[in-house]
Design a protein around this ligand. Structure first.
Ligand code: SF4
Length: 694
């Protein structure tokens, strides 16, 4: 897309404003329009087992899930959807069902008689995936398109006749060979694949369509949804677009699954994109609902609160959309290296992790002890810096106490100090030895002479400077300009910048755009997240994943700093998981595991846990654990090794996309997988865990 399309996917680049969509009825649940975000989930029972499926749907409905998807891998399964509906009716459970279709148009035709919505995957509706490399001439490509349309049109007509909605659900890992050969497995290919199907729908005058663009790679998912929104805008400028079903596929389980989902879904909701969401976890589907509900609630609050804030503060934000990070491709913002004693970040350095202990000085001894204990328990990933805030002048004498305690306890991490601008000279005088970096908090009300004095003192003592801008988004460009002027006057062209904001995603976007407009694109950006007081641990984790993950996926950020996260060890762990979830720094094995469904051939949750226990000490590997051979190999996208159910009690093992062992008995498969990793030179033996009593 051209530079002028930079913001065509979004209502407002610098505020979370909902994209206007048309309403699509799924039974009596409305997706899109003014309707709140609809949470949905999917059963993982055998669709032919009416009771088990109805039981699970009942549990999902009780968990407040208003739409449920059920797989229909065969005509028999599709026919059994009628039985499931009858069973639900007998139990007085009223919930629209969605049939999930891959490879089986005949099953789709049957399902469209029994459900409120049908999901089709354009990558496999009328194509078999053969992983073939083949050039298509334009004539061959057009002929293929016509063949696909012929296969698809009857379903469109049936859905139209029956008042059934449809999701055109593209997956990054299951694009057709035809699309792959023309576009590669790119967001561009995903969007092209979906729009080919939309052409058929619109050709029939059928518009009850919802789209999804799922990928397990959060960056790819975000780019694909944005690109689709932009393309839909080009097709019908100014018209309400088709609603979006937003999700990250094969997100895995536990904290990683939640973090990946929050990064992908949450970033898109921040962009105002998303009318219905599904969090895909390799867990009981009922556990997906509260996570999705938390993401939806946050988006509702932000869409509403920001609308209100815009009314109260209608000042324009003086930055150009063309200076914002590119939305449809991943380009890491190139920055200068900021080298401080013990910690360098920006430039070619890996993204760094610092723990922000916040206002720790009043409790200096206790916090130092907590940090020392936490750091002793660190295993494979470690904090690379500590940060403390000096909030008022009376805390300054406590600095020496705190540092003395850290030293006594053997904590040697580089320390940065954060303080309001007017305290900076006194903090620097008292801080002996000097901190690695001084973080200067400036606000619109900060007096210019204090800003000058802070920069001069830092410069005189040779301490690296980070400007932490505190203000509304409309204030940030001016604050950045003033801070930059002062730094440049003292010979520092590349100070670091950060924002202290409750609206992190957009404030960072304003900051990075403002810096680019000021010719200061090389200034490193520190991503700071401040936990809110009344949050549960899970809410805090989801919030941090969105606030840090959204800019990280946009290529912005050189150091992350989680503040008030409670246990320092939890902050370090969450930071590295977020960096990995955003695919910006890999420190562990990544698991791409499907949520399981009626096709699944083994207990996916148990199997994933087993494989994790054998391999999670490895670094930089992607291991896929997929429930079935029909979709698994296609969906595992860029995994290095794959463990895929291929029959009852049997597993196929993959290296990349190549199957290297078939029909391996399930009991032997984890060992065979480890052997494979070893044979490919990617194995190392686990290290013994540190003993905290040592
Ligand atoms: S890969 Fe997993 S979720 Fe996808 S169809 Fe197969 S079993 Fe179902």
């Amino acid at each position: 897309m051209s530079g002028s399309d930079q913001d065509s996917y979004v209502v407002n680049l610098f505020a979370p404003t909902r994209r206007l969509t048309r309403s699509v009825a799924v039974g009596d649940v409305v997706i899109g329009g003014d309707a709140p975000i609809v949470v949905q989930s999917m059963t993982n029972t055998d669709t032919m087992d009416t009771k088990a499926t109805a039981d699970q749907i009942e549990r999902l409905v009780q968990a407040d899930c208003p739409i449920v998807r059920v797989t229909a891998p065969s005509i028999r399964d599709a026919e059994n959807l009628a039985e499931i509906s009858r069973e639900l009716k007998a139990r007085h459970i009223h919930v629209p069902l969605v049939a999930d279709i891959h490879f089986t148009p005949n099953a789709a035709m049957v399902a469209a008689q029994h459900v409120a919505k049908v999901r089709v995957n354009p990558g496999n509706y009328a194509d078999k995936k053969r992983f073939e490399v083949r050039e298509y001439s334009d004539a061959e490509y057009t002929a293929e398109l016509e063949r696909v349309a012929e296969r698809f049109r009857p379903l469109v007509q049936r859905c139209q006749q029956n008042g059934v909605a449809m999701r055109i659900g593209t997956n990054h890992g299951s694009l057709s060979d035809r699309i792959m050969n023309r576009f590669g497995d790119t967001p561009e290919g995903m969007v092209a694949s979906a729009l080919e199907f939309l052409d058929v729908c619109e050709g029939e005058g059928y518009h009850d369509v919802v789209f999804s663009m799922k990928a397990s790679n959060t960056q790819v998912a975000i780019q694909a949804y944005r690109l689709l929104a932009a393309r839909l805008e080009v097709r019908a400028p100014g018209e309400p677009g088709y609603p979006l079903h937003v999700g990250v596929t094969e997100a895995g389980d536990g904290e990683d699954g939640r973090i990946k989902s929050a990064i992908g879904i949450g970033s898109l909701l921040e962009d105002g994109l998303g009318d219905t969401i599904r969090v895909s976890l390799t867990e009981d589907p009922v556990k997906e609902v509260p996570v999705a509900r938390a993401l939806a609630d946050r988006a509702h609050r932000r869409w509403f609160a920001d609308g209100l804030a815009a009314e109260l503060d209608p000042r324009p934000i003086p930055v150009s959309a063309s200076d914002a990070p590119p939305p449809f491709s991943h380009v890491v913002r190139p920055t200068a290296t900021l080298t401080t004693p013990g910690l360098a970040f920006g430039g070619e350095e890996p993204l760094r992790v610092e723990i922000d202990l916040g206002r720790a000085l009043p409790y200096a001894e206790a916090v130092a002890a907590k940090v020392a204990t936490a750091l002793a328990l660190q295993t494979d990933v470690a904090a690379e810096g500590l940060s403390v805030r000096v909030a008022v002048a009376s805390e300054i004498p406590k600095l020496a106490v705190f540092r003395g305690e850290l030293e006594r306890l053997g904590v040697e991490l580089p320390l940065s100090l954060r303080a309001p601008v007017e305290l900076i000279p006194d903090v620097l005088v008292a801080a002996i030895p000097l901190p690695g970096r001084i973080v200067v908090e400036v606000e619109p009300e900060s007096r210019p002479e204090t800003v000058d004095a802070a920069a001069e003192e830092a410069h005189r003592r040779g301490v690296a400077l980070e400007w932490c801008l505190r203000g509304e988004r409309a204030d940030l460009p001016k604050l950045a300009e003033e801070a930059l002027r002062v730094s440049r006057a003292s010979g520092d062209d590349h100070p670091a910048f950060s924002v202290d904001s409750g609206r992190m995603t957009h404030s960072v976007r304003v900051l990075s755009s403002a810096l680019k407009g000021l010719g200061a694109d090389a200034c490193p950006i520190v991503l700071r997240h401040f936990r809110m007081e009344d949050q549960t641990d899970e809410e805090a984790l989801l919030d941090a994943a969105i606030d840090l993950g959204a800019p990280l996926c946009d290529g912005v950020g050189d150091l992350v700093s989680l503040a008030r996260f409670g246990d320092p060890l939890a902050a370090v762990d969450a930071s590295y998981r977020i960096l990995q979830g955003a695919r910006r720094r890999t420190t562990r094995t990544e698991y791409i595991s499907c949520p399981s469904c009626g096709r699944t051939l083994f207990d996916l949750e148990e199997t994933t846990a087993l494989i994790k226990s054998r391999t999670e000490h490895l670094t930089g590997l992607k291991i896929a654990v997929m429930g079935c051979i029909v979709n698994g190999p296609g969906e595992m996208a860029d995994a290095d090794f794959g463990y895929v159910g291929s029959g009852v009690g049997q597993v196929s093992l993959y290296v990349g996309k190549d199957v290297v062992a078939r029909a391996v008995p399930q009991a032997e498969a984890p060992d065979r997988l480890v052997d494979l990793i070893r044979e490919h030179g990617r194995w190392r033996d686990p290290e013994p865990s540190p003993d905290p009593d040592d």
